[in-house]
Design a protein around this ligand. Structure first.
Ligand code: CUA
Length: 174
């Protein structure tokens, strides 16, 4: 079969592009650890403040594996709590949910960035290397007070952390 020279160029170009895209996916997945949200855990948004999984709002709690869990509820138009104090250099697991509409959760200058969707628990784990005072903002339009929905994340070695006792804090492999 005779394949035209220019046809060959385009065939090899198309093949190279496919290989390049697969390489991008491979690097972002395995080297950079970028994954789509996979932690599907549901909750009744009308009972967030009665749910035992959110019994430690405002109390960062050290889990048996050393990770510090921070529970946050998002409501129109505030984060509960709106001031979060955690130590640097530790694995911090944020567990968040909404009691009303969809909100956002972004800690400026860090890789902490997720949506908070009513009915679901959003979770991610991060490490703050640099102590400091970080701005926490809602970056999903949630209503008239959206622009006022913000808080602070204070990363400081003196942050108070409670110990999980008797399974009080929710522990789950991720
Ligand atoms: Cu909450 Cu915008």
């Amino acid at each position: 079969m005779n394949v035209d020279f220019y046809e060959k160029i385009w065939m090899w170009t198309a093949a190279a592009i496919v290989v390049l895209f697969l390489a991008f996916v491979g690097v972002s997945t395995f080297a950079q650890g970028i994954h789509p949200p996979s932690h599907v855990e549901t909750i009744d948004p009308t009972k967030v403040f009665q749910d035992p999984r959110f019994a430690r709002i405002g109390t960062p709690t050290e889990l048996p594996d050393g990770t510090i869990e921070v529970q946050v509820a998002a409501i129109m138009f505030a984060f509960v709590p709106n001031e979060i104090c955690v130590p640097p250099g530790r694995r911090i697991r944020f567990r968040m949910t909404s009691a009303d509409v969809t909100h956002g959760f972004l800690i400026a200058g860090t890789n902490a960035n997720t949506m908070i969707v009513p009915g679901y628990i959003s979770q991610f784990t991060t490490v703050f290397d640099k102590p400091g005072d970080y701005l926490l903002v809602c970056h999903e339009f949630c209503g008239n007070g959206h622009h006022a929905m913000h808080g602070r994340v204070i990363v400081d070695a003196s942050a108070a952390v409670a110990k999980a006792s008797g399974g009080a804090a929710h522990q789950e492999a991720h």
